[in-house]
Design a protein. Structure first.
Length: 185
């Protein structure tokens, strides 16, 4: 009977492994990210990654990496360019309405907010050729599809770290010319 209860509570469920080579190619320090994801993502028998990358310049750049576990989206990392009229408008663009509760600022890029389910930041990139003198920003988001399996305070930190590292790589990949204003990493 004890084994039946242990089985029902998941004691014998296998957890999928995440290796560095599994992680999307345009994600920085793939070994470190693999370890972070393996310890923070919800348990799944297997994990898969899907990358979309468009190395264009200015408004044509796009980078995303999604992580699935047992068919569910567990995490999305995205980087895409945009112009910013107001920071309030940017936040509405960057963070879905249902994910805005409990957002607080953190220091990275020009503007950055996070909670236990999402971290979003605007990173200066270049002056937009299509609109003279208007700065172009990369909006970078780390979005948990399901709650991370770490304490809430740690969940926010994990998402901030993933978003900031992804922003650093996107800034380089997009060939940005303005300083990123990201902390050293």
């Amino acid at each position: 009977m004890g084994l039946g209860i242990a089985y029902a509570m998941g004691a014998f469920d296998s957890r999928g492994r995440i290796a560095a080579e599994d992680v999307c190619a345009h994600t920085p320090d793939r070994g470190k990210v693999a370890g972070t994801l393996e310890s923070a993502l919800p348990q799944a028998a297997s994990y898969s990654f899907r990358e979309r990358w468009s190395p264009g310049k200015d408004m044509d750049f796009r980078s995303s990496c999604s992580v699935r576990g047992d068919g569910d989206i567990l995490l999305m990392l995205t980087a895409e360019p945009n112009t910013v009229s107001t920071w309030s408008d940017w936040q509405e663009y960057a963070v879905e309405p249902e994910d805005r509760r409990g957002l607080s600022r953190f220091t990275a890029g020009k503007h950055a907010v996070a909670n236990t389910g999402v971290a979003a930041l605007a990173v200066p990139c270049s002056l937009y050729a299509g609109m003279k003198g208007v700065p172009l920003y990369l909006t970078v988001v780390a979005q948990a599809g399901k709650p991370l399996e770490v304490p809430d305070g740690e969940a926010r930190s994990v998402l901030v770290r993933l978003a900031t590292d992804y922003a650093r790589q996107a800034h380089k990949d997009a060939r940005c010319t303005l300083p990123s204003r990201l902390p050293e990493g």
